[in-house]
Design a protein around this ligand. Structure first.
Ligand code: NAD
Ligand code: TDX
Length: 331
């Protein structure tokens, strides 16, 4: 197959490219990425000679038309992905996540190609901390932030294009990813790299909020299972039973990196901060036979810490500007 990967220089997209070349070397990969602040070509440096890389915007209709026409399957990761940024300035979220997805859908409709659309569990809003239930494919959409509402809108566009125009598309909604090559704005890499530069960890509010953590490689093996075995029009929730409160994760990072709680700083909470996300992955496991490899969060976190220790050249250039952005809102 010829596969077009949008957002392939980002965190999950670049890990998808690495995993695909390793597990399915018979496929031909083209990456299209705008190289926004979140895109980093260095994330593809080991494989750059084995793929085609196009620097471009998914909102560029002519470019997308041409690239979609030349490929069989489009795996659509490209998005503005950070909640805090969406609160400070929603505009690029509307442009890339909604308009960009629309442009991809129109090219797919015209050229009759297949789409796998990557989305998030945040489209379902949040659960109470003491609510035992989890998100299922039938949970009503109820997004909270400009980011999650733009992703919810993009999912709705895909669903409508399947029903109205009969395009071939699958959707996955995944929980919080962690692992190598994640931008230092996100919670886990931010705290690891804070310690590495001698700064304190920054915890929003009391740290009671719960996230359902999954290793990025497990996310991507689930995406492959959906590509190989999923049915067009179906929605698959991806999660690996990894619920942890933020304070639990912070304590594990402190412990793993040999620091005590004096390294913890409570900062201003995120406006509209979702309380808890939790995924019911029954459909993925029972219908598609997927299972995660990283079942021990502590092991995955330790490997991630090691990656950031060894790859300072990858994250250091982004660290100062990221923290300067945070200082404006956390003061
Ligand atoms: P990321 O911010 O690390 O990467 C996004 C990539 O998209 C970057 O390389 C960026 O340059 C590129 N991009 C942005 N706008 C573009 C445009 N207009 N045209 C072309 N490229 C553009 O994000 P990520 O964490 O890798 O997330 C990837 C996808 O997975 C997103 O759709 C996100 O909503 C979804 N998702 C993320 C998580 C998570 O925990 N990170 C969980 C569930 C779902
Ligand atoms: O410095 C921090 N301190 C902190 O306490 C940061 C950056 C975050 N947090 C909290 C906020 C959240 O409760 O940690 C939790 C995780 O925050 P993020 O890493 O910003 O992730 P989240 O907002 O949960 O969204 C992530 O998962 C779903 C991804 O960024 C999204 O792209 C994905 O859709």
């Amino acid at each position: 197959m010829k596969i077009l990967v949008t957002g392939g220089a980002g965190f999950i997209g670049s890990n998808f490219v690495h995993l695909t070349l390793e597990k399915y070397p018979e496929h031909e990969i083209t990456v299209i990425d705008k190289l926004t602040y979140a895109g980093n070509k260095e994330s593809l440096k080991e494989v750059i000679d084995n793929i085609s890389f196009v620097e471009g915007d998914i909102c560029d209709e002519d470019l997308i038309d041409q690239l979609v026409s030349q490929n069989d399957l489009i795996v659509h990761f490209a998005a503005e992905s950070h909640n805090d940024n969406s609160i400070a300035d929603p505009s690029p979220f509307i442009q890339t996540n909604l308009i960009g997805t629309f442009i991809i859908l129109e090219a797919i409709r015209k050229h009759k190609k297949k789409l796998h659309h990557i989305s998030t569990d945040e489209v379902y809003g949040d659960l109470e901390l003491d609510d035992p239930s989890r998100f299922t494919p039938d949970t009503p959409y109820n997004p909270s932030s400009p980011y999650s509402s733009s992703k919810a809108g993009s999912d709705m566009l895909v669903r409508a294009w399947v029903r109205t125009y009969g395009i071939h598309a699958t959707i996955s909604n995944c929980s919080n990813n962690y692992g190598p090559r994640q931008h230092v704005e996100k919670m886990i890499p931010r705290q690891i790299t804070n310690i590495l530069i001698g700064s304190k960890l920054k915890l929003y509010g009391k740290g009671e909020n719960v996230r359902d953590w999954i290793h990025v490689d497990d996310h991507n093996t689930a995406v492959w299972q959906i590509i190989n075995k999923g049915e067009s029009g179906e929605i698959y929730l991806i999660g690996a039973d990894g619920e942890k409160s933020n304070i639990e994760v912070f304590n594990l990072i402190l412990q793993e990196m040999g620091k005590d709680e004096t390294w913890l700083e409570h900062v201003k909470d995120r406006p509209g901060h979702d309380l808890r996300y939790a995924i019911d992955n029954t459909k993925l496991i029972e219908e598609l036979g997927w299972s995660p490899q990283y079942t021990n969060f502590e092991d995955g976190l330790r490997a991630t810490i090691e990656w950031y220790k060894k790859n300072e050249a990858w994250w250091k250039p982004q660290k100062d500007t990221t923290e300067a952005k945070y200082r404006k809102v956390e003061a």
